[in-house]
Design a protein around this ligand. Structure first.
Ligand SMILES: Nc1ncnc2c1ncn2[C@@H]1O[C@H](COP(=O)(O)OP(=O)(O)OP(=O)(O)O)[C@@H](O)[C@H]1O
Length: 475
């Protein structure tokens, strides 16, 4: 209140409590002018030093221009400008990647810091509730740094003392829309500091054609699509188990088929065996010839095939006991990948109780003991609720495609995944825009990453069958 009143007006301010004769008159202390001047000068100096530290290049450029002009006049500035722009043009032509890294993205970050983040910082913080207005003063989180790359802005912020990461992750929609982005991810940089990621464009907006079949035999990680920063998405299949959850039409099939595609050379070399359970008969049956005798559709046959995989696993475990602790794929001991489409058909929705128990216990045995001996399970599932898939936590790696309800996101990816930006319930149901898009938690990073699997079309599968059916058999 006092801040808004100029000088002596405060002295005349008088207030009384209603119905009493008590009068309040503020005591006004005169501040000597010298103190005001010293404080003002100190703030100017601190501002200058901060400007120099935060924007050393920009400040040096301005200083150089002023110095050149003063010492040698405007022609010197013109010559310097021409020399500089032609050297930059030469650099751009010779090595675009390094030019982008050192010049383009930095200039873009400088511009976006000023034009997007600095300009909108106060209103967005106050409206979203992340800033505080106390006793006439605004307390705002500090905008520390803005970095850009080809697809996103990464904004480092210092939280207000006493704020929690959840305060921010609860407001990702306010932040995204406030700063003109479609989404926002929150990651902890270090104590008190967060990195907010705001995508500027979406490389996953259009379907990705099937990844070319690798030339060399490898058990992975298998390249099956693209991450949202445009880098290849490689899925680890050997030494883990993968659960893919997504509503009907979310594109679970493209994860299964892209994985098969990436493993075909290894299968032909005898390093991988692909086993398939296809209770719906709508997905894996299309490339059935690739699986040879290791394909089953009726639940009873699925149970037999699962138990056969358990036998392989136990036989290996007996042989490895005391000699080795991990599996290296060889022709004698190939990596066995059990692909299961719509696993709930075999577990929750199976009316035959005996079969259901056999299948569930075989799956639980494989997922708890199969990793170390080279037997993996990759299962697709529509409904991730516990009563439908009570062994979902036995899968170390999970992928959340389009889901019907927001609560299902944390069921698949673990607590807090949605708060950290895994908005799987908001993926578009339009197949062209949303099918195959999902969120994963990569091994090295607890924050969810948005990915899209490549679309393996029917003609791709036919070509795969024509080239690889029967390959790797009879070894
Ligand atoms: N990666 C992808 N990119 C683009 N479009 C895709 C992708 N995957 C699937 N689609 C499209 O989405 C449709 C549904 O895909 P798919 O059958 O794989 O979904 P699903 O999750 O297996 O569904 P359901 O559980 O009902 O079998 C496909 O017909 C295809 O047109």
């Amino acid at each position: 209140m006092f801040k808004r009143l100029p000088g002596d007006e405060t002295r005349n301010l008088v207030s009384t409590t209603p119905d009493t004769a008590v009068v309040f008159r503020p005591a006004v202390v005169q501040t000597p002018a010298i103190i005001t001047i010293v404080i003002f000068a100190w703030r100017c100096l601190a501002g200058l030093v901060r400007l120099l530290v935060v924007h050393p290049v920009a400040v040096s450029c301005v200083a150089a221009v002023v110095l050149l002009w003063r010492l040698f006049g405007w022609p010197a500035v013109l010559v310097a400008f021409v020399v500089l722009t032609s050297s930059l043009a030469g650099w751009f032509t010779a090595d675009r990647a390094s030019f982008r890294r050192w010049i383009s993205w930095r200039m873009l970050a400088f511009w976006r810091r000023f034009w997007i983040y600095w300009r909108h910082w106060q209103p967005v913080m106050v409206v979203s509730g992340l800033g505080r207005h106390l006793k006439g003063r605004d307390y705002l989180p500090r905008l520390v740094r803005v970095e850009c790359d080809s697809w996103a802005d990464r904004v480092t912020v210092r939280m207000l003392s006493g704020q929690a990461v959840k305060d921010w992750s609860d407001r990702i929609e306010h932040l995204a829309h406030g700063f003109g982005s479609t989404s926002c991810r929150v990651a902890v940089e270090r104590a008190g500091r967060l990195t907010l990621t705001f995508p500027r464009r979406d490389p996953l907006a259009v379907p990705i054609p099937a990844v070319p079949i690798p030339e060399t035999a490898s058990v992975g990680p298998v390249e099956i699509g693209m991450c949202e920063d445009g880098s290849p998405y490689r899925l680890k299949v050997h030494g883990t188990h993968v659960l893919i959850a997504g509503a009907t039409g979310a594109g679970k099939g493209s994860y299964l088929w892209s994985t098969v595609r990436g493993l075909l050379p290894a299968m032909a070399a005898g390093l991988v065996e692909l086993w398939a359970l296809d209770p719906k008969r709508m997905e894996l049956s299309y490339g059935r010839a690739l699986f040879g005798p290791r394909y089953a559709a009726p639940p009873a046959e699925c149970a037999d095939l699962l138990e056969a995989a358990v036998k392989v696993m136990q036989e290996r475990a007996d042989r490895y006991a005391g000699l080795r602790r991990s599996h290296t794929p060889t022709v004698d001991d190939p990596f066995v990948l059990m692909l299961v489409d719509e696993v709930a058909f075999l577990t929750a929705y199976q009316s035959d109780k005996g079969l259901r128990q056999r299948i569930t216990s075989a799956l639980a045995t494989l997922t708890t003991q199969g990793r170390a001996v080279g037997v993996g399970v990759m299962a697709a599932l529509q409904d991730p609720r516990k009563e439908v898939m009570n062994i979902r936590n036995l899968f170390p790696d999970k992928i959340a495609l389009r889901l019907d309800e927001s609560e299902q996101v944390d069921m698949v990816l673990g607590d807090g995944a949605r708060d950290r930006g895994a908005m799987a319930d908001q993926i578009s149901p339009d197949p062209a825009r949303g099918a195959g898009i999902g969120y994963v938690r990569l091994e090295a990073d607890p924050d969810p990453v948005r990915v899209r699997a490549a679309f393996v079309s029917d003609s791709d599968i036919r070509a795969m069958v024509a080239e690889f059916a029967g390959a790797g058999e009879g070894r």
